[in-house]
Design a protein around this ligand. Structure first.
Ligand SMILES: Nc1ncnc2c1ncn2[C@@H]1O[C@H](COP(=O)(O)OP(=O)(O)O)[C@@H](O)[C@H]1O
Ligand SMILES: [Mg+2]
Length: 156
């Protein structure tokens, strides 16, 4: 049976917790031996998802929470699920389009979901208007060691 390691955390929806959340995920996935690029991809995707909760779901309201659940499976499958109980998304398909933003006035680029999609291998967004949003992202960590050993053998 595949060995799965898991952690869950609940964070106040405050901007200072964005870097805390991404550092936690980065530290947790270290046993999968990720490359620096893989760690940076995961950190960027987590930042985008957490920022969306703070900025969009709760619109900066205090005393709100973000739930994060992370699993690391033997073999390198890393899944990060970030949930809020905020305003929800009316049309998820539309929200996933590059450059789509409901906050263009605040200089949002509308590229958050596109970045998550690009930097991770799988992205699943489910949302209910008025109830909240769940973003689940998976990355298959190939690992620094795998990359190195492949490079080594190709030079043999
Ligand atoms: N957690 C969320 N709760 C409510 N709406 C969201 C959430 N995440 C994203 N959205 C909606 O999807 C749109 C696109 O998000 P994103 O691609 O990250 O671009 P941006 O954050 O720059 O607007 C946002 O403008 C917002 O309308
Ligand atoms: Mg965003």
């Amino acid at each position: 049976m595949t060995r799965i390691n898991k952690f869950e955390m609940r964070l106040s929806a405050l901007s200072e917790n964005e870097s805390f959340a991404r550092s936690c995920v980065a530290a947790f996935c270290l046993p999968l031996d990720p490359s620096i690029d893989e760690i940076n991809d995961v950190k960027t995707a987590v930042s985008e998802a957490v920022t969306n909760c703070i900025v969009h779901a709760y619109n900066g309201a205090p005393d709100k929470y973000i739930d994060m659940s992370v699993t690391a499976e033997e073999g390198g499958r890393l899944t990060v699920t970030i949930s809020d109980s905020g305003c929800g998304i009316e049309d998820v398909e539309q929200a996933l389009q590059p450059f789509y933003t409901t906050k263009s006035d605040e200089e949002r680029s509308g590229m958050g979901f596109t970045i998550m999609k690009t930097f991770m291998d799988e992205l699943l967004v489910t949302s209910q208007k008025g109830r909240g949003t769940q973003v689940s992202m998976t990355k298959y960590i190939r690992g620094a060691r795998n990359v190195d050993s492949r490079t080594d053998s190709s030079t043999d």
